[in-house]
Ligand binder design. Structure first.
Ligand code: ARG
Length: 460
């Protein structure tokens, strides 16, 4: 036999480089606090059920508390000879309290242990993610409330489509982020489950109390099926998938912010704190933080695809492949929270060039639908009205004239039913104001969207 946790069955120790290849301590030490919490709950249950004597449970508990204190003080060091966080902490516990430490692993496997740690890790991070999303929503709603009456071109195909309220644009992202929150909340239902007590895969012959450990760890429920409990990584995949969708949203937003900061659009200017300059071109002010957020979307997509591929075709229950589940999730948490934070700061501090936005809808044909609707309201079939206005736009482009530049006589020549009130209809502000359909860009509609959002966020 050799001197490892499973050495009885073995004659030869692995070479150091093979052990290092198999080790996860470099990254799973991030779950040290969760591992200690899991062990504390487990040993309390072992004592309460009489699986261990009260004295043994007390000794182990005291040792684990010492390790907790040392962890918080940054005094624990881990190494690859003990493969992962679970074995490292067990070795450290043995150093503290001697061989009784070996009783901690009664009725437990690293398979349910690692799953428990990972669930706890994510369970405690999900509220932080949701909170960061809410901060961004708050910044959006605060800006939206300032810009209900700011009009700008709405785009389809990146071509001027119809004028909209800038507040309407901002509340669209509010609504998208609300779905993100709902997805992470649903994710929490599948994360808030305790695998502890599933043991290796089949449960245990010891009279354990899974309800007790579930409750001690603050989980909602224990997994129903021990085989599922140690095999399941759906909660991590859901997290990565939700994060990928969130980042997709942030990347679309970033893309628009970047474009709108350009000389050509000039709708926005990011605050200095969220911009960088060039080492060679003195005039540059780059929206770097939006670009980096857009860029980081790639790694989050990568983590989702990575774990999907790792889990594909894996037989139940634990396979060492599953050690690959953690780094992508850790990195995703470390990526999305700062992205949300930086977006929040950018939105709070950006300068909105309302004059330029207004200018952009004043000198374009984004009021063409208004004229077609006007003609349709006068009784001209909409298809015919569309053709008439299309022809006017074509001529206007040739003559450098917008629709509102046509004289009443010119309008009358097209159709006698056109009156002077047509100029009112062609005003972009009126075009926005009159889109009063539910959820439309009409100022009243935008205002009620903003109000509802403020209520949902419980803003004053
Ligand atoms: N380091 C392993 C992981 O992260 C812990 C579980 C190991 N279990 C096992 N049977 N080898 O997945």
């Amino acid at each position: 036999s050799i001197d490892t946790a499973w050495g009885g069955r073995f004659q030869a120790a692995g070479s150091q480089w093979v052990d290092e290849f198999g080790a996860s301590i470099n990254f799973d030490q991030l779950m040290a606090a969760e591992d200690l919490a899991g062990s504390l709950a487990h040993v309390k249950m072992l004592g309460d059920t009489g699986i261990l004597t009260a004295a043994e449970a007390d000794q182990i508990t005291a040792g684990l508390h010492t390790l907790q204190t040392e962890l918080n003080a940054g005094q624990l060091t881990f190494d690859a000879t003990h493969e992962d966080i679970h074995m490292n902490l067990e070795a450290l516990l043995t150093e503290k309290i001697g061989s009784v430490a070996g009783k901690l692993h009664t009725a437990r496997s690293r398979n349910d242990q690692v799953a428990t740690d990972f669930h706890l890790y994510l369970k405690h991070r999900l509220p932080l993610v949701i909170d960061a999303i809410k901060q961004l929503q708050t910044a959006l709603v605060n800006q939206a409330s300032q810009h209900i009456h700011t009009i700008m071109p709405g785009y389809t195909h990146l071509q001027h489509a119809q004028p909209i309220s800038f507040g309407h644009y901002l509340t669209a992202y509010y609504a998208m982020l609300k779905r993100d929150i709902e997805r992470f909340e649903f994710n929490q239902q599948h994360t808030d489950l305790s695998p502890l007590g599933a043991a290796a895969l089949a449960g245990t012959t010891f009279p354990i109390d899974r309800e007790e450990t579930t409750q001690l760890l603050g989980f909602k429920q224990p997994y129903t099926n021990s085989l599922d409990a140690v095999s399941d990584r759906d909660f991590a995949l859901e997290f990565l998938s939700n994060a990928a969708i969130l980042m997709m949203h942030l990347s679309r937003f970033s893309e628009e912010l970047i474009s709108w900061c350009s000389y050509e659009f000039n709708y926005l200017e990011m605050a200095d704190e969220y911009s960088t300059g060039s080492s060679i071109m003195p005039q540059k002010k780059n929206p770097d933080m939006a670009e980096l957020t857009r860029g980081k979307t790639g790694r989050v997509y990568g983590h989702l695809m990575g774990l999907l591929a790792t889990m594909k075709s894996l037989p139940l229950a634990y396979n060492k492949d599953m050690q690959e589940d953690k780094e992508g999730v850790f990195d995703t948490v470390k990526t999305i929270i700062p992205c949300l934070k930086v977006m929040t700061g950018m939105i709070e501090t950006m300068h909105v060039n309302t004059a330029q936005m207004q200018q952009a809808v004043q000198n374009d044909f984004s009021n063409a639908t208004e004229l077609a609707d006007y003609l349709a309201a006068k009784g001209i079939p909409f298809r015919q009205a569309h053709a008439i206005v299309g022809q006017l736009v074509y001529e206007g482009i040739q003559n450098h004239q917008n629709l509102q530049d046509l004289s009443l006589a010119q309008f009358k020549a097209i159709d006698a039913r056109i009156d002077a009130d047509v100029y009112h209809v062609l005003d972009p502000t009126v075009a926005v104001e009159q889109r009063t359909s539910l959820g439309g860009t009409g100022f009243d509609q935008v205002e009620s969207q903003v109000k509802q959002a403020q209520q949902e966020l419980q803003l004053p």
